[in-house]
Design a protein around this ligand. Structure first.
Ligand code: ZN
Length: 438
């Protein structure tokens, strides 16, 4: 039995999918205008691990995992203006970086990755339905969701209305009927990106994109909606309002899962831009993606996680130990204790403790795969490179041996120098050429 803590119910509930052959998981994705930081990686890794558990329990083809990319937003427009380029130069660059960074952490691209700019007609159609149903109104080129029109507003985040109104007052505007009303559509000036709509040329508010994408790709109600705790209000509260009101009251999600935030343990870890450490910086410093992944899974996902140098060092030591135990064994059956730990609201600390106690190396390897760990051969792990890099170096060494055999010493020396520049030293001995890291 799988149980998840459901934010809407404020308790752990047995997981019962609507259709066990098509379990739908939606996770709010990034707004792509800069490099992702370690806090952005946490939901991606948590919900990837959750998808791995569901695929193990329900079957490999039973899960549809969708995560959006927000590729139209004011911060993107500001970044594009700063570089004097169209917004798609910014969004293509940073979404490519985002998926590269996550791939290094063992997170594959989700099954469905909708882009906001490719979902505009669906958003407009949903806004039109909300207006027709009396839950939204147009004013001065904007369309706003009419919060007082829906008495259930606030049920997810359980905030009192006066607090929500106080929070919304920062962007109080004359066209709003109530200060809590939020933007579904806003006008674009001639020099801003925009799309034609019944309310004039403009662009969507942020919240409507997730509601429209979920409807378009997964249906009215998803099994699991995930995201960071910082999105619970207002973003998820607004998603619930938009979706339920355009679907005759149908719930948006059967289970709401929120991951806790990542905090930096010391000011030293916080680099240039406030309280952030970027994934690519950590990788460039030589930390392996799998170490960062284990570090982010070391706390149960709902708990806050304190990021520190010692957490990273401990995670490296844990992985070294696990790789030594796994050796070059091939995957065997999965340990039920690991499955049980993950099935209890994704208790990754318990699952990791359990991994450390598994004595069969094949079972260890396949059980670790449920957490996206031990993906390499132990040999490759201890030689310091990823499998691809390892193969790449071996190919260059072989190329140099061939060059020497045909007495092409210029090529042989060039290859040796290229490898040296990458920190790889070659040693020619009686048994052939070996390499090591300098
Ligand atoms: Zn969302």
């Amino acid at each position: 039995m799988i149980r998840f803590y459901d934010t809407m119910a404020r308790e752990k509930r047995e997981f019962v999918p609507g259709d066990p052959e098509r379990i739908t998981l939606y996770v709010c994705g990034p707004t792509v205008y800069n490099r992702a930081h370690i806090g952005n990686a946490r939901p991606a890794i948590v919900f990837d691990t959750l998808a791995r558990l569901l695929r193990h329990v329900y079957g490999a083809d039973s899960v549809v995992h969708a995560a959006n990319v927000t590729d139209i937003e004011d911060k993107i427009m500001a970044a594009a203006a700063a570089e004097n380029v169209p917004i798609d130069v910014i969004t293509e660059r940073y979404s490519r970086f985002y998926f590269e960074d996550l791939a290094a952490l063992g997170v594959p691209r989700p099954d469905v990755v909708p882009l906001a700019t490719q979902t505009i007609p669906e958003m407009i159609a949903m806004i039109e339905r909300l207006i027709a149903a009396g839950h939204a109104y147009a004013a001065e080129g904007h369309v706003l969701f009419d919060v007082p029109s829906w008495p259930d507003y606030g049920k997810l985040s359980r905030r009192p209305m006066d607090e929500m109104i106080a929070g919304a007052r920062v962007d109080v505007a004359p066209y709003k009927r109530s200060p809590a009303d939020f933007v579904l559509w806003k006008p674009s000036s001639a020099d801003q990106p925009g799309w034609d709509s019944p309310w004039g040329r403009g662009r969507p508010g942020w919240h409507i994109e997730c509601s429209a994408m979920i409807e378009a790709h997964l249906g009215e109600t998803v099994d699991i909606h995930g995201g960071g705790l910082d999105l619970e209000f207002p973003h998820h509260e607004n998603e619930v309002a938009q979706s339920s009101c355009s679907h005759g009251g149908a719930p948006l999600a059967r289970y709401w899962l929120h991951n806790g935030m990542v905090a930096m343990a010391s000011a030293k870890m916080s680099k240039s831009l406030g309280n952030v450490v970027r994934i690519n910086e950590l990788l460039d410093e030589g930390h392996k993606g799998e170490v960062l992944r284990l570090a982010l899974l070391s706390a149960q996902y709902r708990q806050p996680l304190e990021w520190s140098d010692s957490l990273v060092a401990q995670s490296k030591a844990t992985l070294d130990r696990l790789y030594r135990a796994a050796g070059d064994a091939t995957a065997a059956g999965v340990d039920q204790g690991v499955v049980d730990a993950l099935s209890d609201d994704l208790n990754t600390p318990l699952a990791l403790a359990r991994l450390g106690a598994i004595e069969d190396s094949g079972v260890l390897r396949s059980s670790a795969a449920l957490l996206g760990l031990l993906g390499q051969e132990a040999d490759a792990w201890f030689r310091g490179g990823a499998d691809d890099e390892f193969a790449d170096i071996d190919a260059k060494v072989a190329e140099r041996v061939e060059a020497k055999a045909r007495r092409d010493f210029a090529t042989a020396d060039r290859i040796r120098d290229e490898l040296k520049a990458d920190g790889i030293l070659l040693e020619d001995g009686p048994g052939g050429t070996t390499w090591r890291r300098s």
